[in-house]
Ligand binder design. Structure first.
Ligand SMILES: [Zn+2]
Length: 178
C-alpha cells in the first residue's frame, strides 16, 4: 500500500468478519443463543457501557420522510424517529432493523474507527468497503444470526427473530451461500 493514502486506513470487513463481530457482540451481551435480539431494550445498556454511544428519540418531522434514523459518525449519536422507536418497541421488524442498522454504523464507523478509504480518482468503494453494505450485513447478522436460523423457514425467522419478511428471506438466502 503506497503511503499516499494518508491517514485513511482501510480495514476491509468481509461478511465473515462481520459475522464474527456480531457473534462477539452477542457474546458480550450474553445473548449468544437468543433468537429475538432485544435491540430497543439494549439502547440504554449500550449508552451506559459503550464508550461514545448515545441515542435520542426525535420528532418525526426532524428527518425527511424516507429517512428513519441517522448516525452522526463524528459524535457517535444515533437519532431515531419517534414513530420508528415506538414501532421497534412494539416488535415491528422493519423498525427493529432500522435501529440495528444505525447501531451497526456506530460499531463499524465510530467504535472500531473504521474509515472509508478515499479512492483516488473517485471510484466507487468495493462492496465490503462500503459503510452501507457493512451496516446492512452486521445488522442482519445481529438480528438474524446465520447459525441459529439454519433450517428455518422465512416465516419462522420473521416470528422468532422479529424481523420483516424481506429481511428474513434475504438473510436465509445469504446464509445458504457458500
Ligand atoms: Zn445506513
Amino acid at each position: 500500500m503506497p503511503d499516499c493514502s494518508v491517514d485513511y486506513s482501510v480495514s476491509p470487513r468481509s461478511r465473515e468478519d462481520l459475522r464474527n463481530l456480531a457473534a462477539e457482540i452477542r457474546k458480550v451481551l450474553d445473548l449468544e443463543d437468543v433468537l429475538y435480539f432485544p435491540i430497543v431494550e439494549l439502547l440504554d445498556v449500550l449508552e451506559e457501557t459503550l464508550p461514545g454511544f448515545t441515542y435520542s428519540i426525535i420528532d418525526d418531522d426532524e428527518l425527511p420522510a424516507n429517512k428513519h434514523a441517522e448516525t452522526n459518525v463524528y459524535t457517535g449519536e444515533i437519532r431515531i424517529k419517534e414513530s420508528v422507536y415506538e414501532g421497534a418497541r412494539r416488535g415491528k421488524g422493519r423498525d427493529r432493523m432500522t435501529i440495528a442498522h444505525e447501531f451497526s454504523h456506530f460499531m463499524t464507523l465510530c467504535f472500531l474507527g473504521f474509515k472509508l478509504s478515499r479512492t483516488i480518482g473517485g471510484g466507487k468503494p468495493r462492496t465490503y468497503e462500503d459503510p452501507e453494505w457493512q451496516a446492512k450485513c452486521l445488522a442482519g447478522e445481529l438480528l438474524i444470526p446465520h447459525d441459529l436460523v439454519r433450517g428455518m423457514t422465512a416465516d419462522e425467522v420473521v416470528e422468532k427473530c422479529g424481523v420483516s419478511m424481506d429481511a428474513a428471506r434475504y438473510q436465509l438466502e445469504v446464509a445458504s451461500r457458500r
